[in-house]
Design a protein around this ligand. Structure first.
Ligand code: GTP
Length: 481
């Protein structure tokens, strides 16, 4: 009577134990029990699914933790378990188990103390679930985030660099003397440099960004010498749609001379245009210097009339023109009589004065289409297009008269000069530069030989000469009226 219930109870307990074992061995997650020395007492078969290790070899291992936990997390895992043994507080943490192939398998581990009937800690229980796929997703996410961060950092780096580049470019563009203006496709101001403001006469703090071309033009209208012509030029450039415009010169009302050029700004895409750039250059000084150089090259510095060099150019041009049109060219070669004695008697400066005054006087005698040159010390020439011998003789008469009538006073003594003139006509007396000049020279020497203060027509066409009346060529230095 007494034994039966005990046997029955034992059978009942065996059944329950078998059931519990079945449940424990069938759990999906990993279950394990360690004694307080971390010796593995039992581990569920699910360990094989996660790590490839059989429960038996785990339990036979001298140090199950060494076998089961991946070396990266081993020290950490031991630290956490020791902490739990010390304070009895459960620990939940993620760790990597070591698979048979050496790879890591992530699990979420939960460590609990299992109290024994006796006081104190009897065993440690580990429950762990496989979180490998979650970890992989997390890794991928992390990788994506890292990639994004790297891309962001790169973008910021390039942005910084492009800002630096822009600053450098702006500094450079502000230093150069060319005015630069960028317009966008909608014809609004996109960028301009300091020189552009200076050239267009805007104050330094003027704000033009975003301004329409029409507003810009209305601002400029009063500054330009011929605003309508300039705007017509701009319209022509824009209409022509040429990639690059030719240089255009225009003037401001204050006398400055400016040139502009314009080019289409191409975008990154094929055939894409993102606007237009205008370049302005103040060429006032350059134009002044080149005019000065031209003047120096072709004018006589004492009298400021054209020199021998320009004489040859004009003679060549007039002869070519006359030959083409079948017209004539008259050449007057003028040599002063008695000029040297003035130099000798009153000095070189007095001679200079005579030359300057004489040029002034002759300048009033020649007509607009007649060109007057100083071709030597006291030698001059006049070129007359489309003329006749009679007209040239009449001009020579006027010249002899006006030169002969000039009176100078140096050191209280009156003096003057006369002129000997030789006349030659193209094509009668010479059909090219050389022969025409030789003909005029020959006629001029004849005037000298025949008594000076006269003109002679080239003998190559028959010859003719005339002496001027009432002249003092016999007494060149001192003239007492
Ligand atoms: N003051 C001055 N004298 C000059 C200049 N160029 C040349 N001469 C002088 O002009 C003179 C020209 O000489 P000539 O043609 O023999 O002088 P001329 O007395 O007119 O002689 P004829 O032609 O024979 O009448 C020389 O004494 C030169 O030194 C100049 O720019 N200024």
């Amino acid at each position: 009577m007494i034994l039966w219930p005990r046997r029955a109870m034992r059978r009942q307990a065996d059944v329950e134990l078998a059931l519990l074992r079945q449940v424990a061995e069938g759990v999906h997650g990993i279950e394990a029990v360690f004694d307080r020395n971390l010796r593995l007492l039992w581990i569920s078969p699910s360990i094989e699914r996660v790590t490839g290790l059989e429960p038996r070899e785990c339990m036979e291992a001298e140090d199950a933790l060494d076998l089961l936990v991946h070396e990266s997390d081993r020290a950490y895992c031991r630290r956490m378990i020791t902490q739990m043994v010390v304070d009895g507080v459960a620990q939940d943490f993620e760790l990597r188990l070591r698979r048979r192939d050496g790879e890591a398998a992530w699990v979420a581990s939960h460590w609990r103390a299992v109290p024994d009937a006796a006081p104190g800690l009897a065993a440690l229980r580990l429950s762990a679930e496989d979180i490998q796929s979650r970890k992989e997703t997390e890794y991928k996410l992390l990788e994506t985030v890292t990639e994004l961060r790297r891309a962001q950092a790169l973008r910021e780096h390039y942005l910084l660099r492009s800002n630096d580049e822009r600053q450098r470019l702006a500094a450079l563009l502000n230093l150069i003397r060319l005015g630069i203006l960028f317009m966008d496709q909608e014809r609004r101001v996109l960028y301009y440099n300091r020189a552009m403001l200076e050239i267009w006469g805007y104050p330094e703090d003027t704000h033009l960004i975003g301004m329409r071309e029409s507003t810009l033009q209305s601002k400029a209208a009063t500054l330009l010498e011929d605003a309508q012509a300039y705007f017509a030029h701009v319209a022509e450039v824009l209409d022509a749609k040429q990639p690059m415009s030719d240089e255009y010169e225009f003037r401001f009302a204050d006398g400055r001379v400016i040139t502009d050029r314009s080019a289409v700004v191409a975008g990154a895409g094929k055939d894409q245009r993102i606007g237009r750039v205008w370049i302005y250059e103040d060429v006032t000084e350059a134009r002044r210097i080149s005019a000065q150089l031209i003047s120096m090259a072709e004018r006589d510095p004492l009298t400021n009339i054209f020199n021998r060099r320009r004489f040859h150019e004009e003679l060549e041009r007039m002869l070519a023109d006359a030959a083409r049109r079948g017209t004539s060219v008259g050449l007057l070669g003028i040599d002063l009589d008695g000029f040297k004695p003035i130099n000798d008697a009153f000095g070189h400066q007095a001679g200079d004065e005579v030359l300057v005054k004489l040029v002034e006087r002759v300048g009033g005698v020649v007509r607009r289409n007649e060109m007057f040159f100083r071709v030597g010390g006291d030698e001059f020439s006049i070129l007359v297009p489309d003329t006749k011998a009679a007209a040239l003789a009449e001009l020579a008469n006027r010249l002899c008269e006006s030169i002969g009538n000039l009176v100078f006073e140096f050191d209280g003594r009156r003096t003057g000069v006369t002129a000997s003139i030789g006349i030659a006509l193209f094509p009668e007396h010479g059909c090219d530069e050389e022969s025409l000049m030789a003909a005029a020279d020959e006629a001029m020497y004849r005037s000298k030989a025949e008594g000076r203060n006269r003109w002679s027509l080239s003998a190559r066409g028959g010859g003719e000469s005339a002496r001027m009346p009432a002249s003092s060529s016999d007494e060149p230095v001192s003239r007492e009226d």
